[in-house]
Design a protein around this ligand. Structure first.
Ligand code: MN
Length: 293
């Protein structure tokens, strides 16, 4: 018999800040107390662009060329379209339900912005950017890129037309998500009809949280409004999510902490201060490659 996971706390979104001129985000990880990199590892950053209206513009909003080393950036589009290019030659456009999973590892330069064609029309925009930490042994591997369109996600139909669980990474009741991960990570979106309920089970020691992306939900029977974030205790395995509104979407994340030292500075997340200094040195001497503005 498995035990229920207890909710540690529910937090509303903090004040927004802009990332470049395209992404107006609420940060949850690492700046909310209780959601530091160490406390949520391997989830070391979560920026949430709640729904916003974007006016039509010819030059898409976004953020210009910048480096990353030592982790992965996982971008989930809910509304609108995001375009990405990196110095390893990868790139693409993602729209509703699509995910791009960029393993920066030893280092890339990239830029990310609203997709050019979408930007001309504008509209409602909503996305999540999550950073997943890499084990020490993978931090200096070659960068890779996974394009994960929504059609390729794992899909588990909940009984009685309650909705479905879309699995990006990890496993839900035998259905596997397409993402390759470097440590045990589950990442999924529960799409629930009003009154629809889904149960989740992850090992007690995994760091586990949910974000209500659309609609309102009960998590273990506790009310969680839109755009709120729930952190679980590292005790018990199971929890439930139930929609109290139509077309509810809840992002679920759970992962095993790498248990390694975390030293971060801006776009670099390594294991020691020495490795951070090396990242600056390598960036300044052009070792991250080249990407045009
Ligand atoms: Mn970036």
């Amino acid at each position: 018999m498995k035990a229920m996971k207890k909710i540690a706390f529910i937090t509303h979104p903090q004040e927004t800040h802009w990332v470049g001129d395209g992404f107006r985000v609420h940060n949850f990880i690492p700046y909310v107390p209780g959601l530091s990199m160490k406390e949520m590892d391997p989830f070391i950053l979560l920026d949430y662009n709640a729904k916003m209206e974007v006016s039509p513009r010819d030059i898409p909003g976004g953020v210009g060329v910048h480096p990353h080393r030592g982790f992965e950036t996982v971008t989930i589009a809910y509304e609108g379209e995001v375009e990405h290019h990196d110095s390893a030659g990868h790139g693409g456009v993602i729209g509703k339900g699509d995910v791009q999973w960029m393993t920066a590892a030893s280092g890339v330069l990239h830029k990310e912005y609203h997709a050019r064609e979408w930007s001309k029309k504008g509209g409602i925009f909503q996305m999540v950017q999550l950073w997943t930490n890499l084990p020490k042994q993978d931090k200096m591997s070659a960068p890779t890129y996974q394009s994960l369109p929504h059609q390729g996600m794992g899909r588990y139909e909940l009984p009685q037309g309650n909705g479905w669980v879309e699995i990006i990474a990890g496993n839900y009741d035998g259905v596997q998500g397409p993402a390759h991960t470097h440590s045990p990570i589950a990442l999924m979106n529960a799409h629930l009809q009003q009154g629809g309920k889904a149960a989740f089970s992850f090992p007690a020691h995994y760091n586990t949280a949910v974000l209500v992306v659309q609609g309102n939900a009960l998590v273990n029977g506790q009310e969680v409004p839109t755009d709120n974030f729930v952190k679980f205790e590292n005790e018990g395995e199971e929890f439930t999510v139930e929609a109290t509104s139509a077309d509810t979407i809840v992002l679920v994340m759970s992962g095993e902490s790498l248990g390694e030292p975390i030293v971060s500075y801006g776009p670099f997340v390594m294991n020691s201060k020495q490795e951070i200094l090396q990242a600056f040195e390598d960036f300044n001497t052009g070792k991250f490659g080249y990407l045009a503005d």
